[in-house]
Design a protein around this ligand. Structure first.
Ligand code: ABU
Length: 360
């Protein structure tokens, strides 16, 4: 007989997927300019675009193209037997303020992976370092209430103030030759949920311009002794999130970004894991990428230990996945990636069939 798992149950990236939240393009707005913008946007030339257009709607044809991608993605997931849930839309274009800052608008509900850290039966609303995303958790309140009523533990990390004290003044991103630095101070714990990736009892987190050391310490303190939280050393001139950098795909198989990971944590080497080096992205340089880098090729979604959804066009990685024994499923996603993130960013797993264990 098929075992029933708790309504919210995710311990890693690969147990068989049963239910997932997929973000929406509806209402998406160009992210308003804010302290984090120049620290995470890789292309200098886009900074003027954000200064001039932040808070305005994306061009309708870009939204339509992104919508087509997300519709195809949802169709694939449902055809594979997975329950897909969607966010609720709040007033994204409405300006708002707190005692410490003002924002021209919110951004949308494109990327649930950044907002909700789901570990075991817990849904943790992340203390994000983005002022414009301060209210993005609203999009998931209805779903979280429902999951909580069915037994999930739902909570929020301490809501950050995001005053100027949280950001280095006059921050200049490092060049390739300099040691990594990020814009965040240690004034308060900050992280996006996508700065962490699960691997059973071991959680891997990297500092970025959305995640500081206090944020990593908070995750360990909150999860307690049952989990080990490891800080992964990465190099990125504009660091944001771990899921296009370091990705435990299946037991014994770690995918790494060759530009950003210089040293694989000892725990993997000592435990015989295969280190799979992500091949160069195939996305042409001419393809517009407003927020993320082309390394979104490795921002895949595992449906189980073998089936993996990959962005169509990423032939180098698709071939590598086949060679490594996976079963890739291709999904058009470049247009969603232009304005938001990849397949992993666009989702957050709610329930996978599996139990908490150690893989080391
Ligand atoms: N989660 C988004 C990662 C972005 C990037 O590395 O380009």
């Amino acid at each position: 007989m098929k075992k029933n798992y708790p309504i919210v149950n995710t311990h890693n990236e690969w147990d068989p997927l049963e239910e997932i939240i997929v973000g929406t393009v509806e209402g998406a707005t160009i992210p308003p300019w804010e302290p984090v913008t120049p620290a995470v946007v890789h292309h200098e030339y886009l900074l003027d675009f954000y200064r001039q257009n932040g808070g305005k709607p994306w061009a309708q044809e870009m939204l339509d193209a992104a919508q087509k991608d997300i519709d195809e993605f949802v169709h694939i997931l449902e055809a594979e037997g997975i329950t897909v849930r969607r966010p609720s839309i709040y007033d994204i274009s409405k300006p708002f303020s707190t005692p410490d800052f003002e924002s021209q608008s919110s951004v949308g509900a494109l990327m649930p992976r950044d907002v909700l850290l789901v570990i075991g039966d817990q849904i943790i609303e992340a203390p994000m370092g983005w002022r414009s995303r301060y209210h993005e958790n609203y999009a998931y309140k209805d779903l979280c209430k429902e999951y909580s009523q069915q037994g999930a533990r739902w909570m929020s990390a301490p809501r950050p103030q995001l005053s100027d004290a949280s950001f280095e003044a006059n921050f200049i991103p490092p060049t390739e030759d300099e040691p990594m630095r990020t814009i965040l101070t240690e004034y308060e714990p900050l992280f996006d949920a996508a700065d962490a990736i699960k691997c059973g009892k071991d959680i891997f987190v990297a500092q970025s311009s959305c995640c500081n050391r206090s944020g990593i310490d908070w995750i360990q303190q909150h999860l307690g002794d049952e989990y080990r939280v490891h800080e992964v050393e990465v190099f990125d001139t504009h660091p944001m999130h771990i899921d296009a950098t370091f990705y435990p795909l299946a037991p014994g198989k770690l995918l790494i970004n060759p530009e950003r990971i210089k040293k694989v944590p000892e725990i993997f080497k000592n435990s015989g894991w295969d280190i799979l080096v992500c091949p160069e992205p195939n996305m042409p340089d001419s393809h517009p990428m407003y927020t993320c880098s082309k390394w979104l090729n490795m921002n895949v979604l595992m449906l189980d230990e073998e089936r993996v959804i990959v962005s169509k066009g990423e032939d180098n990685l698709i071939k590598a996945f086949k060679d490594w024994g996976f079963k890739p499923i291709e999904c058009n996603f470049y247009n969603f990636e232009s304005i938001a993130g990849g397949l992993h960013c666009a989702t957050v797993d709610i329930r996978r069939r599996g139990e908490l264990q150690s893989y080391f």
